[in-house]
Write a protein that binds this ligand. Sequence first.
Ligand SMILES: Cc1cc2nc3c(=O)[nH]c(=O)nc-3n(C[C@H](O)[C@H](O)[C@H](O)COP(=O)(O)OP(=O)(O)OC[C@H]3O[C@@H](n4cnc5c(N)ncnc54)[C@H](O)[C@@H]3O)c2cc1C
Length: 362
Amino acid sequence: MDFRDSPAEAQFRDRLRTWLNEVAGQFPTSGDEYWARQGEWHRALYEAGFFGASWPAEFGGHELPPVYDVIVDEELARAGAPPRPSLGYLIQGLGRHGSRELQQRFLPGMINGTERWCQGFSEPGAGSDLAALTTTATRDGDHYVVHGHKIWTSYSDVADWCLLLARTDPRAPRHKGISAFIVEMKQPGVQQRPLRMISGITTEFGQVSFDGATVPADRMVGQPGEGWKLAMTVVGHEREPSTLGYSARYATTVRLLSERVAGDPPEELAWAAVQSEMLRLHVRRRLSEQLDGVSHGPDGSLDKLLMTWVDQAVGHAALTVAGTDDTHMFGSYLYSRAQSVMGGTSQIQKNIIAGRILGLGA
Ligand SMILES: Cc1cc2nc3c(=O)[nH]c(=O)nc-3n(C[C@H](O)[C@H](O)[C@H](O)COP(=O)(O)OP(=O)(O)OC[C@H]3O[C@@H](n4cnc5c(N)ncnc54)[C@H](O)[C@@H]3O)c2cc1C
């Protein structure tokens, strides 16, 4: 595949660069300020025509090849702008498992950023072992009533809607008794409490308790007992660096760190440079496969593991070169620690690679 821009791609990139020259500096890129204005940033990107490049036009996307999303990620990183909000995994989940009515009602607002979302999967006793979840949704007429406790729920403080996994049939085998719902967050019976991260950020995620919250039965995504299938679609897409769009940022951080070093770079920085280049090439290969119609199952675990290694290598380089006084660089080191946990831990990715790709074990 030829990775140079086609004339249309070059034109898109130029238009984006011009726009970024005007607006990039107006939006914070880290800390609580970033999270406070993330929705505004999402809408600004969308209104300028740079969000939802590869998503269906019928739901507000531009139906362009996925390479346009990569161009957006590259240019945002180059301009030092905030990242593209990562929603692809939720869009894939609803797009693949939701009814036409649910897609038409919810995908446009999700894509254009007028409605904010969170993902209510993890619980205090169900993270790696997600099928152990105990939140229940019990049918009562044309509604379900929800009781339970979700944790590590990103964006739950600002979310209008939660894509929630709950147990609807306690007697079914544990993977089969789970259903997925679109639950309104701003209703009695839903309480959100923020959690403070190691970096001091308080607005990224929180815990959410459901105590008698209700959800109309027709807001179930898929059929009763099909929540696990949706969960696998969502986490599968959460684990791809090409949809997460982080890879372009690592190279930018490495470049910024290199500019601060006189003489030979420390080993950590050299390693980060090698690793980020490896990920860039890996993402390009994946993109090329995607354009050829190859779809990946458990390979997403490989992508997630590679991305975690790179994120943490770059984090270590930031700590070595910039120390703890540079809040932005130190923040990127601290955040890199979360990468081996969010979206499924590195140990779980290794279990999946061993069992489902290498065919090891029982
Ligand atoms: C920044 C961030 C954002 C997040 N956002 C969300 C969100 O929006 N929505 C959501 O639902 N969740 C979210 N999560 C939660 C995340 O999915 C879980 O933290 C993750 O799946 C791990 O679950 P846990 O924390 O319960 O750890 P546990 O599952 O308790 O794991 C503890 C340790 O045991 C290891 N371990 C567990 N089982 C095995 C095994 N079978 N083999 C080998 N080792 C094992 C793990 O690797 C880990 O090291 C987020 C997490 C982070 C850090």
